[in-house]
Design a binder for this molecule. Structure first.
Ligand SMILES: CC(C)(COP(=O)(O)OP(=O)(O)OC[C@H]1O[C@@H](n2cnc3c(N)ncnc32)[C@H](O)[C@@H]1OP(=O)(O)O)[C@@H](O)C(=O)NCCC(=O)NCCS
Length: 171
């Protein structure tokens, strides 16, 4: 795929018609990809779940991100970018949008789990101010039978001006 032009990609809510594409994207980049049924279930829970896609101006979905609300916290539950479009700002755009969504929902903190081995994702989340807060041993059980520890990351100050600048939110 040719390099992405930032002006030619856009964010939008994920639709039911995106489920197969997002499932295929997950299969490409996630060790334990979500099933179509799980993705559909998430889409129905509008009060507690946000699912976004990044799409090119020709209608190709190149990224997916999701947020789940638990009490007054926003949990980033997945961010996935098509391999040929990685390192071009798509993941950052998704994380920023999920953070804006969390603020719009009035949530007071954000958290996520990420594989301790996933340096790229950890650096992505760190860029937005998420800080490591602990390890959940053997949190991920993959289809091949292996387990991987999760790093738990938190962002507590959702009103921090630096954070707001990073996510492009109103002060
Ligand atoms: C992690 C992932 C979502 C990043 O998406 P991306 O579109 O490539 O990320 P961006 O281009 O927006 O990068 C933003 C920042 O993240 C960090 N980053 C992203 N990929 C990186 C890599 N391969 N190595 C080091 N840092 C990386 C960098 O800090 C980067 O900023 P920079 O490009 O200015 O250095 C993508 O690699 C992916 O889909 N991986 C597989 C699925 C996954 O691991 N998801 C996260 C856990 S659910």
């Amino acid at each position: 795929m040719a390099p992405l032009d930032a002006s030619e990609i856009g964010l939008r809510p994920m639709l039911d018609s995106d489920v197969a594409t997002v499932r295929a994207l997950n299969v490409l980049v996630q060790p334990s990809p979500w099933s179509e049924g799980f993705l559909r279930d998430q889409l129905e829970r509008l009060e507690t779940n946000t699912n976004l896609v990044v799409e090119t101006d020709t209608g190709t979905v190149v990224g997916h991100g999701s947020l789940a609300v638990v009490a007054d916290e926003g949990h980033i539950t997945s961010v996935a970018v098509v391999p040929t479009c990685q390192r071009q700002g798509v993941g950052a755009r998704l994380v920023a949008a999920l953070c804006r969504d969390a603020r719009a929902r009035g949530l007071t903190a954000m958290t996520l789990e990420v594989r301790t081995s996933n340096e790229a994702a950890i650096l992505l989340y760190r860029r937005f101010g998420f800080a490591p807060a602990g390890i959940r041993p053997a949190y991920y059980c993959d289809p091949n039978g292996t387990t991987t520890d999760a790093l738990v990351m938190w962002l507590h100050d959702v009103d921090d001006p630096v954070f707001l600048g990073l996510i492009g939110a109103e002060f």
